[in-house]
Design a protein. Sequence first.
Length: 146
Amino acid sequence: MKKLLFVLSVSTLLIYSCGDEKKKEVKKEVETATEKVKEVKEKTESAIEINPEVLALGEKLFNDKTCAACHQLDTKVIGPSVKDIATIYKENNGDMIKFLKGENEAIVDTDPGQVAIMKANLDGFVKDLNDKELNAIATYFQSSIK
């Protein structure tokens, strides 16, 4: 009887300890896989090259459409800086093109007075732009944080 109790105790101990070890192994594998996914994502994002023609068009439109009157590259003037806008859109997976089209709400400067001024300006300066031009402006903004 003592031998049976001993064998059962040792078996139980082995089963539970193997279970914990297996859990630790699986957890470590998941953490390793997660790190690999993050590395691949970072490499992919940094490897995406911006088409210089699209970037040049975006910068030209930004200046021609008088966006630069309110938005500077690094400094908040009337509106937030280009870098701040691009950073917030990236962090929030925002769609800048939909915002420029008037299809999404503001996510950067949400003060009602500022939003009203911004919408009026967008309606006056941006409403006639096509998708290619809007994409160029978004590319110009995104390039400021790369």
